[in-house]
Ligand binder design. Structure first.
Ligand code: CO
Length: 296
């Protein structure tokens, strides 16, 4: 035993001379923070639980969750459920003694929510610069054309068997009024349309509105449309804006236009193919937020 320690110590000293960064990090405790917008609906949370399950199958390091939505965290706190913010989760990671931290965005694209996540990481590290040896941030779901095509395939495979080739499908994305999020939805719509001209992506906010899609469905003489969320959880937007009974929900608007509508309330997080993309992004993360200078 003594000999082993002595040997590894001398090996470490030798490594320090050759490559100083290899030894310092070798025994540091690792951990993951999964960052989602969050949801207060138990029926929607099953998508986040499914992602959690998938991560526990690939790693035995501690997994901490962070919800970026202040409103949702406050609502859950009133019900006695405590959830961390990004700041809170990073503080918790430090409290657990984690030194090599991986963070994974569970957002669909590098839009508003992802950008504020990046800002919060930087803010935490400015407050506590020596807390972590490394902080790697995994990119959101659709980061490259390759991801987009993988998501397209996952969406096509997720379509209900009952859908006939004459039925249209509309995926509800979130969208943003500002920033680059809309571009990703626009290109995913194009990729889906290329495969099947009756499949569309529309969004709650931003440039991909539902109304022009509905006008198109009428023009195409569609009799039935399937709605599915293009969001990690099937939460408030999916259950109210997409599937709700109010006159302005997408399902109601379709009905009012004489088109039968069916809704699938399943978040993207429930699909194994989507979980695999996030896990791959966690493994592939390259931006080290903690000690950028060391890499220079
Ligand atoms: Co929203």
């Amino acid at each position: 035993m003594q000999k082993k320690v002595y040997l590894s110590l001398s090996l470490c000293l030798l490594m320090l001379i050759i490559a100083p960064w290899t030894c310092t990090a070798a025994n540091e405790k690792e951990g993951i923070i999964l960052v989602a917008f969050g949801t207060s609906m138990p029926e929607a949370k099953i998508a986040l639980d499914a992602i959690h399950e998938a991560y526990t199958r690939t790693t035995n390091t501690p997994i901490i969750w962070a919800y970026t939505s202040d409103i949702i965290r406050r609502k859950l706190a009133k019900q006695g459920e405590k959830h961390f913010s990004v700041m809170g989760a990073m503080n918790e990671a430090a409290r657990l003694g984690i030194r090599r931290l991986r963070m994974q965005s569970l957002h669909v694209g590098a839009a508003q929510e992802f950008q504020s996540l990046q800002q919060m990481i930087v803010r935490n590290l400015l407050l506590f610069p020596d807390r972590f040896e490394s902080v790697l941030l995994g990119r959101p779901l659709i980061e490259s054309q390759k991801d987009m095509l993988a998501v397209r395939d996952a969406l096509l495979q997720s379509l209900p068997k009952e859908r006939t080739p004459n039925d249209a499908v509309v995926f509800m994305g979130h969208g943003n009024h500002n920033g680059p999020g809309d571009l990703m939805l626009y290109s995913l719509n194009a990729a889906l349309q290329h495969t099947d001209p009756l499949i569309y992506v529309a969004a709650v906010e931003g440039g991909s509105a539902f109304e022009p899609v509905l006008a198109q469905l009428k023009k195409q003489g569609i009799k039935k449309v399937w709605f599915q969320p293009l969001m990690i959880v099937a939460g408030d937007h999916a259950r109210n804006d997409m599937a709700g009974n109010e006159a302005d929900s997408w399902a109601s608007q379709a009905k009012a236009a004489g088109i039968e509508s069916a809704v699938i309330l399943r978040g993207l997080g429930e699909l194994p193919a989507i979980q695999s993309i996030f896990i791959k992004h966690t493994k592939d993360a390259w931006d080290n937020f903690a000690h950028q200078k060391k890499a220079d």
